[in-house]
Design a protein around this ligand. Structure first.
Ligand SMILES: Nc1nc2c(ncn2[C@@H]2O[C@H](COP(=O)(O)OP(=O)(O)OP(=O)(O)O)[C@@H](O)[C@H]2O)c(=O)[nH]1
Length: 371
């Protein structure tokens, strides 16, 4: 025991010195641990900020965090009242239900009033009773962190971090880094969703939900290149509503819009997933059909023509109108030494010319481009 009444002896000083050294060692250890943690958070934040698409961001939040924080279980609950996030994912070819660790919720308040009240991170032990909703597969978890994602003070989602270590998340741990990470995640979510909206809007026709002409043009050369390389067939259809102006003139523009929407729907119902359907402009639709030769394309065109002729289209006030379409069909032609641009241009040109012939020959018919 050190002597406390008189001047410290040399053995007292040695004792104090040893203690101070130990404290310094512990502090240095803690400082370097904090430095590692800080760097990990910093790296994760930079990765999050660099993501450009929604699927990339979601993968970064789930898989990226699992690996950089060495956590076995991460869950994401996203507030998606208008199904906007789900639609954007579907547009990227991803089924939202196929993402096991992410749930899209119409109203977080209805999903869990308790979770909806979080305004700052909660760290503590996992209990099945309280946390099974967030971690349905969490039976092995010992401690968890629940991070509310807030944007302009509104809850846009929750991140659940689950660990098998009971001491990994406790209420004694500081949560500033986690809070910051959740805020950055919320900002990234908003940014990527906005960015994807712009992309989708730029390539989609707002009236029918089909792709637009810009999209067709961007896909055309890609499809032609692929067809030329693998010697696959490729066909193009131009579909135009007959005497469409009369619908607008007789029943109004709103009725015309309903007719265009219904035509788009019936066309889509006839297609395979790999077919590309676009509203080319006004009352004209253009389809690109990979691996489809002239005969198959004509058969499809005939099915579309019939589907539109067969059943009148409902407009407003219980009324309906009979519609027909004219369709021009062109198969891609292989020509020696022709480049992709020439072949693409010719394909559209021939489909358009065949459509003109169909119109001139009396409408409500399919015309195949001449050899
Ligand atoms: N309601 C509605 N009408 C549109 C839209 N885009 C173009 N139109 C109209 O579509 C009509 C096309 O008319 P025309 O090109 O003369 O062709 P048509 O009457 O279909 O006659 P044919 O093609 O020769 O059979 C025009 O009156 C355009 O104003 C749209 O988004 N909604």
């Amino acid at each position: 025991m050190p002597n406390t009444t008189s001047n410290p002896s040399s053995s007292d000083l040695a004792f104090i010195n040893r203690q101070l050294k130990q404290q310094l060692k512990a502090l240095t250890r803690e400082a370097s641990h904090n430095e590692v943690v800080l760097k990990r958070f910093h790296d994760r934040e930079l990765t999050l900020l660099a993501t450009e698409t929604l699927p990339e961001l979601l993968s970064c939040l789930i898989d990226g965090m699992k690996s950089s924080f060495d956590l076995p279980n991460i869950k994401l609950v996203l507030h998606d009242p208008d199904h906007e996030l789900r639609h954007l994912l579907l547009h990227s070819g991803i089924e939202p239900e196929s993402l096991p660790d992410i749930r899209f919720i119409d109203q977080i308040e209805h999903f869990s009033p308790k979770l909806a009240r979080y305004k700052s991170p909660w760290l503590g032990p996992f209990t099945n009773q309280d946390h099974a909703l967030l971690f349905p597969d969490g039976t092995l978890l010992k401690s968890i962190a629940i991070l509310p994602m807030l944007r302009r003070s509104k809850l846009v989602g929750l991140i659940g971090l689950g660990s098998h270590d009971p001491n990994r998340f406790t209420r004694h741990h500081a949560s500033d880094f986690l809070n910051r990470l959740a805020t950055i995640s919320a900002i990234c979510l908003e940014n990527t969703a906005n960015r994807e909206h712009l992309v989708v809007a730029g390539l989609t026709d707002a009236l029918t939900g089909l792709h637009n002409r810009r999209y067709l043009e961007s896909r055309l050369e890609e499809e032609v290149t692929r067809a030329l390389r693998y010697q696959h067939a490729l066909s193009c259809l131009f579909i135009d509503a007959d005497h469409f102006k009369r619908i607008n003139d007789t029943h109004g523009h709103g009725a015309g819009d309903s007719v265009l929407r219904e035509i788009a729907l019936r066309v889509k119902e006839c297609l395979r997933a790999s077919d590309i359907a676009t509203r080319y402009g006004g009352e004209e639709f253009a389809l690109l059909l990979p691996q489809t030769d002239a005969i198959e394309a004509c058969n499809l065109a005939e099915r579309i023509r019939q589907r539109i002729e067969d059943k009148p289209i409902a407009i407003h006030g219980g009324e309906s109108v009979s519609m027909t379409v004219s369709i021009g069909v062109a198969p891609m032609r292989y020509e020696k030494n022709a480049n992709t641009q020439d072949v693409s241009g010719k394909l559209l040109d021939e489909a358009d010319k065949s459509l003109y012939v169909a119109k001139e020959s009396g409408r409500n018919q399919v015309q195949l481009a001449e050899q």
